[in-house]
Design a protein around this ligand. Structure first.
Ligand SMILES: [Zn+2]
Length: 135
């Protein structure tokens, strides 16, 4: 695929998804630029949660290639590696924003699987067991 056709297809996917707050590039594995492995329905929910929260969602990790997952020390069967990917980490380092983010995720039904760290919140909607964990 030549570069212009590729750019066009990324633009079309973005237009189709009509995400208000995110670019698809925010969800790429750093070693696979231009490759979107995210679940569109999951991204729509996340976009809605971002609107509800009313604060920026800075995505620190989303889809990870198996190699990138190894590089960042992710667990072997990480939800970040599943395709279509329904997992993100959202930067968050204070209690007020943590409440805004988790409250908004709850409103869109994305609190089945939550991981809470001092500096980020993980959410995923993978088929794995419902759970809330700490890092
Ligand atoms: Zn995560």
């Amino acid at each position: 695929m030549n570069l212009n056709i590729w750019k066009k297809s990324v633009e079309n996917i973005e237009k189709e998804m009509a995400l208000k707050y995110f670019k698809l590039s925010e969800f790429e594995s750093p070693d696979l630029p231009g490759v979107n492995n995210m679940c569109p329905k999951f991204l729509k929910k996340l976009d809605k949660a971002r609107a509800i929260a009313g604060i920026p969602f800075f995505i620190t990790s989303a889809y990870r290639s198996p190699q990138h997952n190894l590089d960042v020390g992710g667990v072997q069967d990480s939800a970040h590696t599943l395709i279509p990917c329904k997992a993100v980490d959202i930067a968050c380092d204070n209690s007020i924003n943590r409440q805004k983010i988790i409250g908004a995720l709850a409103e869109v039904g994305l609190t089945r699987r939550l991981g809470i760290a001092k500096s980020f919140i993980h959410t995923d909607d993978s088929p794995k067991t419902d759970a809330i964990w700490l890092y």
